[in-house]
Design a protein around this ligand. Sequence first.
Ligand SMILES: *[C@@H]1O[C@H](CO)[C@@H](O)[C@H](O)[C@H]1NC(C)=O
Ligand SMILES: *[C@@H]1O[C@H](CO)[C@@H](O)[C@H](O)[C@H]1NC(C)=O
Length: 486
Amino acid sequence: MYKILSYLLLFAFFSIGYPEPLKRGDPKQELEEYIENKKAEINPRYRLQYHVIPPVGWMNDPNGFSYYKGQYHLFYQFYPYDSVWGPMHWGHVTSPNLVDWTQQPTALLPEEEMCFSGSAVVDEDTMVLIYTGRLIINVEPFYNETQYLAFSDDGINFEKYEGNPVLTRAPNGSPDFRDPKVWKHGDYWYVVIGSKTEDERGRVLLYRSLDLISWDFLTVLGESSGTMGYMWECPDFFELNGRYVLLMSPQGLEPQGDRYKNTHQTGYIIGNFNYETFEFVPEVDFQEIDFGHDFYATQTSEHNGKRILIAWFGMWEVPHPEDVDGWAGAMTIFRELEMVGDRILMKPVEQMLTLREENVFSGTWSNEVLEFQKTGEIVFNGDLDNVIEILIEGKEGGDQVWIKWDPQTGKVSVNRSGEVRQVEWLPIDSRSWRLFIDSSSLELFCGEGEVVFSTRAYPNGDWKVTNLSPQILSVEAYKLRRSVPE
Ligand SMILES: *[C@@H]1O[C@H](CO)[C@@H](O)[C@H](O)[C@H]1NC(C)=O
Ligand SMILES: *[C@@H]1O[C@H](CO)[C@@H](O)[C@H](O)[C@H]1NC(C)=O
């Protein structure tokens, strides 16, 4: 869901209608056949091998990340008919373990409403999706966002609720009213919804319900004082190691030095919360949760006491070079969250270890070039009193990415062909680096996950990785196996 883009596309929809396939018979069946046929046309060169990607077409926000009947479920904003944003569907994948993913039939198709972002909960034996239905209307601002429900008894086939919409209006009447994230506490369901004030300050609204259908507005959980952006998208609210976290994706932050250099940001405010008064008292200012070039619209889910995060491995208003290949967009790898001091640490889920297929290099690393095909995991260590610098590039050209530790500034930087993202790194304990590369992406985890960068990068041919540091590093490098459909 994206405001400016929608404005631009709005008039196109009015005048020429959506590009849709012929409607013969069952639209869901037609769509699956379309996807199956269209897959044959995709150019595989940049297809990621262990990240969730769309079978064809466009992907953005993760939705409905949940656990139901023995499987993890992940849905995503999906437009099957082109590799650019269009009227939103919910794509769907499932996994027993957060690394091996199976494609499922598209869960929600747009009808009167586009199916914008939302979440999923399990109510007794039923899986319930709660999403924003966006209607195009003919008065300003030409869209209307309300909250819809859909139900499933098998986690595969979804029926939209006949009484939709169930939540129709922000208390101030703002038309921006989207991305419901629902959880249960005691007898009540709670939901946070992204919105804004009349004077364009991002805010998050809190409601509760006994039945997911009838909702009472409780409070404004958080709000920009004026410097924190015009819209807060994709809010999430949860307890982590005894503290409360408001995680969201604010739009419109001004760049400040190294910070907020992407089109839009994702980060969190740590605070205290009381379920009696519904008051969230911020204790630590907003911090970005990932420092890479392509990371937005996070969603978390808790299962077995672990809080797991997933994000769109993408960004608005930047090139998506795979779009000419018939697809665009991806998910990051899944990360486990932990609160230490006043920050959240992000680590790859432990099941990522099961992707290691072959140890391709082990021992001391001076200036050898490590070669990979499409995938790799490189764990390395060096002396932080000295510079560390690694170059990741295509064997036949394309993007070049320099990863660097500078002991003078205490910063880690990721420089993708001249676009630099950097941040200070204060290791808690481990000084190890863990770098994941896939066909057109890299994810760097420093230490215990104090600092993480997620960046798409597009090599020509396979990858090669060179140690440019003025020191010898120790390294373990692995080839990773495929764990998502081709
Ligand atoms: C938006 O949709 C809701 C629910 O259908 C309706 O009550 C409301 O009047 C609509 N708002 C506008 C501006 O059309
Ligand atoms: C980033 O990389 C470019 C080469 O693409 C180089 O010219 C530039 O100096 C680098 N910037 C930093 C801060 O390292």
